[in-house]
Write a new protein. Structure first.
Length: 510
């Protein structure tokens, strides 16, 4: 039972203590009962603040897919920069998310959220003024780390501020908003780069975060709850370092291997990364056996349904993120599209994802459960197939809008597969494991994004070879077509492993 107690107050100021009366969440026959006492009156403003911060993160994760080629050209960098702009951010985000929630428990969710947003905003400024590729990648990593600090706190405070009966409405606001952000991200990036506001060019995609970040900080100071559950514990620093270093050892050589000619150290590093995750699992069991607080509850991975779900999530996000990077690079580097033209060309994928998400929310996820993930993967595969056929038949001067059917199918399938994913995975875990499971799911999704950028980008650039001597648009068309099977392979394997997941989603917000 989770108890959240505060002092009653008659003040109308939002900066007063968050809880306007003692509230206790009580289990009932139908799940978690309504809280006793008055509700937190600023909860919808708090939700707006959290949504704003989350939107900033979503957009920033997407913009470099479109902005990568212009940045590479402006900074006179190698093609690995295009990959590191996305992989550095998502890798840092994945590593940080594992401990982000625990840091909030120890130091206070509101405080850590504000620090996270402020740090993210500052890192955005540093990205916007970076003068060389290395500095830009380092600042992108900082963005990811501060994003990992703010995101778990926002979700935690929403769950504390809203009663169970309002929770679907609260998350119902977030879903479509993030869907719109997904659509607008590439378009916004293309517009800002092409508009070249005040001569900033690609730098404005980062500098635009400054006013948004300041607004989010102001909202956090004014509206976020000051009180929270007392769940502080010790931070597992050894486990934190093990998972972060292991992820880096796995992703870094994948990105850099092609540039370096695949020397022996790249394979040694990848093997060490895999071994590091094994050591991490052993360490977490040791921490729990000694009465400590592990980052991840070890019993989770003893559950076949959860472990299978994590592999599915990793493969799905690998396919989706890598696919988006390849299409963007193909349009800009291969066909010479501007960033704006690229963003507009990719709109069908975003619209398809929004339609798929709305269809899932309309009852498909509840009715079909695990089957909907299979349907989504099949639709994604059909999109990849359509694109492969189109690229095999088009002329070099084709219009990018010819790709719309394949992009729309891929986007719709992505949403259908991902919409029920979280609730189906957590349906197979015990209530005491749910918090740890949620953190692992989010971290694995981000790790999949990093791996997708690394692996799929490496495959594409390997096919393309020396861009300076590539045989014109037709060469890029052929190379992109032959990269499609890599995305399809991830989806096929994921579709088979889905059978290990629970058939139905969890039916409570507990």
């Amino acid at each position: 039972m989770t108890t959240w107690t505060g002092n009653a107050t008659e003040s109308t100021e939002p900066t007063e203590p968050a809880v306007l009366g003692a509230r206790e969440w009580a289990p009932t026959a139908g799940g978690w009962g309504a809280p006793q006492g008055p509700l937190y009156k600023w909860r919808w403003w708090a939700l707006a603040t959290v949504v704003l911060a989350t939107v900033i993160d979503v957009i920033d994760a997407l913009v470099t897919n479109v902005a990568g080629p212009p940045i590479q050209k402006d900074l006179n960098a190698g093609t690995d920069l295009v990959q590191w702009l996305g992989a550095g951010y998502t890798l840092a985000l994945a590593s940080g998310l594992i401990i982000g929630g625990r840091i909030g428990d120890i130091f206070g969710r509101r405080r850590v959220f504000i620090v996270g947003v402020a740090g993210f905003t500052l890192a955005s400024v540093l990205c916007g003024v970076a003068q060389d590729p290395t500095a830009l990648v380092v600042f992108r990593v900082l963005q990811g780390l501060f994003g990992a600090a703010m995101l778990p706190q926002g979700m935690g405070m929403i769950k504390e501020a809203f009663p169970p009966k309002e929770m679907p409405a609260a998350f119902g606001v977030m879903g479509p908003t993030l869907g719109i952000a997904t659509i607008s991200g590439p378009i916004l990036a293309g517009f800002l780069i092409s508009a070249d506001l005040w001569g900033t060019g690609w730098r404005m995609i980062f500098l635009i975060n400054v006013p948004l970040g300041v607004l989010a900080i102001a909202g956090a100071v004014a509206f976020l709850p000051r009180k929270q559950l007392s769940t502080a514990g010790r931070l597992d620093l050894v486990g934190t370092m093990l998972v972060a270093v292991s992820a880096l050892l796995l992703v870094f050589p994948i990105v850099q291997g092609r540039e370096e000619g695949w020397p022996a150290w790249t394979f040694i590093a990848m093997a060490a990364g895999c071994l590091g995750f094994v050591v991490f699992a052993w360490w977490e069991r040791r921490v729990q056996a000694r009465g400590g607080e592990p980052l991840i509850v070890p019993s989770l991975f003893a559950k076949r349904s959860f472990s299978g779900g994590m592999v599915v999530g990793l493969l799905l996000y690998t396919s989706v993120t890598g696919f988006s990077l390849i299409i963007s690079a193909f349009l800009q580097i291969g066909l010479g599209y501007t960033a704006w033209h690229t963003g507009v060309t990719m709109v069908p994928q975003a619209i398809g994802s929004l339609i798929g998400f709305l269809a899932a929310r309309a009852g498909l996820a509840t009715k079909f459960g695990r089957k909907l993930i299979h349907v989504g993967i099949l639709v994604m595969l059909s999109g990849v197939t359509v694109l492969g056929v189109l690229l095999a038949t088009v002329e070099p001067d084709f219009s990018g809008f010819v790709l719309a059917p394949g992009l729309a199918l891929f986007g719709a399938g992505m949403a259908l597969a991902m919409a029920p994913f979280y609730t189906i995975v957590v349906a197979g875990v015990d209530p005491a494991e749910a918090g740890s499971a949620g953190g692992v799911i989010t971290a694995v999704q981000q790790l999949g994004s990093a791996v997708g950028v690394a692996v799929m980008g490496t495959v594409w650039f390997a096919f393309v070879g020396d861009l300076a001597s590539a045989g014109g648009p037709q060469s890029f068309i052929d190379d992109t077509r032959w990269t499609m099977p890599a995305s399809a392979a991830c989806l096929l394997v994921a579709g088979l492993i889905v059978f290990l997941m629970p058939r139905k989603a969890a039916n409570s917000w507990g």
